[in-house]
Design a protein around this ligand. Structure first.
Ligand code: NAD
Ligand code: MG
Length: 397
């Protein structure tokens, strides 16, 4: 038997983190060995996972959680630590495979720290690619790390993209479920509540990505993510709405051949393909039964009701500075919506306003040469977004 694959899970207590650990739990004994598990401030959830999986270290990113975590794991062999530096240290530990499943650009430095020579980084944390994906991919190449896309559409493309045929790719297509408001009339969307927006018809996910799916900013972020991951021009990345979420992504070659990856909507399928990469492994995911499904539908996204795709594409044309600002503004606006401080339609409007305000004030860089530059724009866009949302809520109070 070969040595266990040494793995770490950043964002272990989240939807993707838990799905990853579910696969580990079901794998034959001795397949995996856990190096590090991290969370933000869900100490109880992290401690439960640490007791079950006995990692070398468990880290809470929130500096306030240190004593609660060490108390919870007292008497076990698990080392505990907290705070942003501990998170980065855990990410950079000697693992063969790291799952980057922190949500938001808060995960950027940890995801980047996991780019180590010979190691594989399974990346779910799309925000870090939207924030500074060109630099991220360049860093991965320079360090000799392999990046494996986890996002279901990108994982589909990764599976359908043959390296030796890369020069013949004419376009790729990402499918979108369309979210909970796919068929809602425009006038109804102004009154969307937090509860409406969190009720995704197909996928069960964390709150932030659920809201992004509802505005369709998720697909905008994913177009940017795809260009960065696969080094493609924006014009070569298409989006089609496919409510059943069975076909996840398609690669069209110059000869007219289209290769797609299909599967039931269960994140354990794409995660497993990265966890076993370059091999395959078993998952308990429901099998695809095409005759029972009987039909698959496809439609063009509606640019009127879902302007997020256009806003994201415009930022992508501008470059990395603009996509970093787009991502940060979106994170702030989504958090404000979840906290009941803004309306649903204000989310994308705020993102667009932040981008034009920043573009008027300064020249946003086309490319970053260091992650600090990305974090600086991220912080400034957050301040601009905060001010705008503050004014919005003051005027509606
Ligand atoms: P989630 O909210 O369920 O989990 C997020 C995880 O990150 C948790 O473990 C949390 O403790 C940790 N975290 C949150 N804020 C943090 C911070 N400031 N510092 C350190 N850790 C922090 O999110 P999720 O749905 O699992 O999504 C994770 C990432 O994967 C996101 O980037 C999302 O876009 C992407 N993704 C998710 C899915 C899905 O099905 N859930 C699908 C595709 C892509
Ligand atoms: Mg996706």
């Amino acid at each position: 038997m070969s040595a266990p694959r040494r793995i770490s899970v950043l964002g272990a207590t989240g939807s993707v983190g838990l799905a990853t650990l579910d696969l580990v739990r079901r794998a034959p004994q001795g397949t995996f060995e856990i190096v590090a598990l991290t969370a933000h401030r869900n100490v109880e959830g992290l401690a439960d996972l640490a007791r079950e999986f006995s990692p070398e270290i468990a880290v809470a990113a929130d500096p306030q959680c240190g004593s609660a975590l060490s108390d919870a794991l007292a008497g076990t062999s698990v080392r505990t630590a907290c705070g942003p530096d501990a998170l980065i240290e855990a990410a950079g530990m000697d693992a063969d495979w790291v799952m980057a499943a922190i949500v938001g650009s808060a995960g950027l430095m940890a995801s980047a720290a996991a780019l180590r020579p010979g190691a594989a980084l399974a990346i779910a944390n799309k925000e870090c690619l939207v924030c500074s994906g060109d630099l991220f991919m360049q860093t991965a190449r320079a360090r000799g790390a392999t990046v494996l896309p986890v996002d279901s559409e990108h994982n589909a493309i990764f599976q359908a993209l043959r390296d030796e045929h890369r020069g013949h790719v004419s376009r790729i297509t990402l499918t979108a479920s369309g979210g909970p408001f796919r068929d809602w009339p425009a006038d109804r969307m102004a009154g969307v509540t937090r509860r409406d927006a969190l009720a995704h018809p197909v996928w069960e996910m964390g709150e932030k990505i659920s809201i992004d799916s509802a505005t369709m900013m998720n697909k905008g972020l994913e177009v940017i993510e795809a260009c960065r991951l696969f080094d493609l021009a924006p014009a070569k990345v298409d989006v089609v709405v496919h409510p059943q979420s069975i076909v996840h992504g398609l690669v069209e070659y110059g000869d007219g051949s289209v290769l797609a990856q299909l599967g039931t909507p269960d994140m354990r399928i794409p995660i497993a393909s990265t966890l076993a990469w370059p091999e395959r492994m078993e998952t308990p995911a429901e099998r695809l039964d095409l005759a029972r499904l009987s039909r698959l539908d496809f439609e063009t996204p509606d640019p009127e009701r879902f302007p997020a795709l256009r806003v994201a594409r415009e930022a992508l044309e501008h470059g990395e500075g603009a996509t970093a600002a787009l991502n940060a503004a979106n994170e702030v606006a989504v958090a404000a919506f979840l906290a009941g401080r803004t309306g649903f339609l204000d989310i994308v409007r705020t993102v667009e306003d932040v981008l034009s305000a920043m573009d008027r004030r300064e020249t946003l860089p086309k490319r970053f040469s260091a992650f600090d530059e990305a974090l600086d724009i991220d912080a400034r866009a957050r301040r601009v977004a905060d001010e705008m949302i503050g004014r919005l809520s003051a005027s509606s109070a």
